[in-house]
Design a protein around this ligand. Sequence first.
Ligand code: 0O2
Length: 264
Amino acid sequence: MTPPIRIIDISQPMPTRGAYVGAMTAEHAAEGVVVDPRTLSEARQFRDDFTRFLSQYSFGMREVETKMLILREDFENAHAYNPIENVETRLKTADSIADKVMRRGIDPDLESIRTNILDIAGVRVTCSFVTDVYRMFNQLRAQDDVQVREIKDYIANPKPNGYKSLHAIVDVPVFLSTGKVRVPVEVQFRTIAMDFWASLEHKTYYKYDKQVPKRILDSLRDAALTAGELDERMERIHREIHGSASAPVRPLRIVEDDGGAQRA
Ligand code: 0O2
């Protein structure tokens, strides 16, 4: 088991050993703070390893973002139709990774984090309609360098609070100066209505510090149903105007060959 990590401010250049010890004595002795230069050097090594570790996720995230932006543009060129409203990315912060490590009881070393935390890199794809959500996911998964590790279909099976989205963990290759690595990226596909609901629900939790009164929870569930109805109505109207060529009528199937796939 890796020993607990001490966080030390290593943003300043490291002075020579003699000067360092002198500085420590002057500034910290009164407080009884003494940092062994070896610890400092280990901390620096960890910082460098962590920076490289995190940058791989950033590269993977950008690969998936680019794939989605290419699909969007090509769709527009080929079909005069834009199924994607927005593509956002986010990289988990070191703090957020540390929180998850502690919450889940994961060993605090990079290999355990790599194995156990699969949402360090995140891409959120907001689509116009529910059928576009499945269509764009199927377009992504059909690419031969993309491997799907996990699917959670909260559209077919919404969370009890009303949350809807299609989540997938996909592995994509990233070519580093030292060779190829495969990086997991969490991709969330949802409609504008689902995104609107999720964003307000998230803010509500933040405001109430997760102690949300029951009447608010009931209202949120109700609002999620309304958002679902809005999605259906808007898609019906869109099809009436444009026909089924621009937006497919039937939801596209998620192929059931991935472990954890839920939707038939
Ligand atoms: P962030 O910063 O948004 O990424 P896990 O993350 O695996 O520990 P879980 O619940 O098994 O937890 O994962 P799941 O179901 O795939 O959900 C992960 C992400 O989906 C969350 O990320 C949210 O972005 C979103 N999400 C899931 N459930 C809800 C919900 O009820 N409301 C809202 N607004 N968003 C939800 P993080 O890690 O919370 O944060």
